[in-house]
Design a protein around this ligand. Structure first.
Ligand SMILES: Nc1ncnc2c1ncn2[C@@H]1O[C@H](COP(=O)(O)OP(=O)(O)OP(=O)(O)O)[C@@H](O)[C@H]1O
Ligand SMILES: [Mg+2]
Length: 236
């Protein structure tokens, strides 16, 4: 399906009830075109992870509307029957903590999703190795997650988030544990993916090195988004 990217209107999220309730998102409006990589920036506690979790169908929004591609996924309530299938087929996640599967080696951590989607094992492993190579961690392909450094684990988690070529990628601080050369490599890969597969990408970041690479940036403060034109400086 030719995607129209990501569309969010009037999204709100309240955690809890009564006196202890937290209104984490108030009126979030956002649009990411297919092939676009946007930055999402804001202070700690401003609602960045909450927004990605709502969009990724990990938590339930309280109100508003979300469209992925041609599909209205949320409009006051979920409009999709199978949220697991939505997460598996449409959304690539790169979380702050890598959450690798401890008993699978690096290659199979990355190859697992395409295998589950029915791709032959050899082909899935080949695709995994291509991404691991692009992320400069191919020499650890046979290692177990516990044998990797934090930055290596993060790069494997990024490969896993991209391997199914989902139409939407949600990345929460993807470059935090990486040096500047590798952080730029990650941004380059996200931009390449966006262009090659018309992926819509949202990157939450505090990373001063990568902020100038975004053409468009959303600032979030107290649960409300504001849009800004970024520098879109070249990153290679
Ligand atoms: N499960 C939860 N229950 C209650 N409140 C929560 C929950 N998760 C987050 N919050 C609150 O919602 C607000 C937004 O949190 P969120 O994690 O989205 O912030 P963030 O912008 O990602 O911050 P950081 O930069 O520190 O990762 C914060 O006030 C936080 O305390
Ligand atoms: Mg967060």
């Amino acid at each position: 399906m030719a995607g129209k990217g990501i569309h969010i209107e009037g999204l709100s999220k309240r955690y809890g009830e009564g006196d202890t309730a937290v209104l984490a998102l108030k009126d979030v409006n956002m649009h990411v075109a297919p092939g676009e990589v946007v930055g999402l920036i804001g202070p700690s506690g401003s609602g960045k992870s909450t927004l990605l979790k709502c969009l990724g169908a990990v938590i339930d929004p309280t109100a508003g509307r979300m469209v992925l591609g041609d599909e209205v996924i949320f409009d006051g309530g979920w409009k999709v029957r199978d949220l697991r299938a939505l997460r598996r087929d449409k959304i690539g996640f790169v979380f702050q903590a890598p959450y690798l599967i401890p008993f699978l080696d690096v290659t199979d951590n990355v190859a697992l999703l395409p295998m589950l989607a029915g791709m032959p094992n050899d082909e899935a492993r080949t695709r995994a190795l291509e991404l691991l190579t692009a992320l400069d961690v191919q020499h650890r392909a046979k290692a177990m997650p516990s044998q990797l450094s934090g930055g290596e684990q993060q790069r494997v988690a990024i490969a896993r988030g991209l391997v199914n070529r989902p139409p939407v990628i949600l990345a929460d601080e993807p470059t935090a544990p990486l040096d500047s050369v590798r952080a730029m490599a990650v941004i380059r890969i996200l931009n390449d993916m966006a262009q090659r597969f018309q992926t819509a990408v949202i990157v939450v970041t505090h990373d001063e090195k990568i902020i100038p690479t975004f053409k468009r940036i959303y600032h979030i403060r107290d649960g409300i988004t504001h849009e800004e034109v970024g520098e879109g400086r070249r990153f290679d």
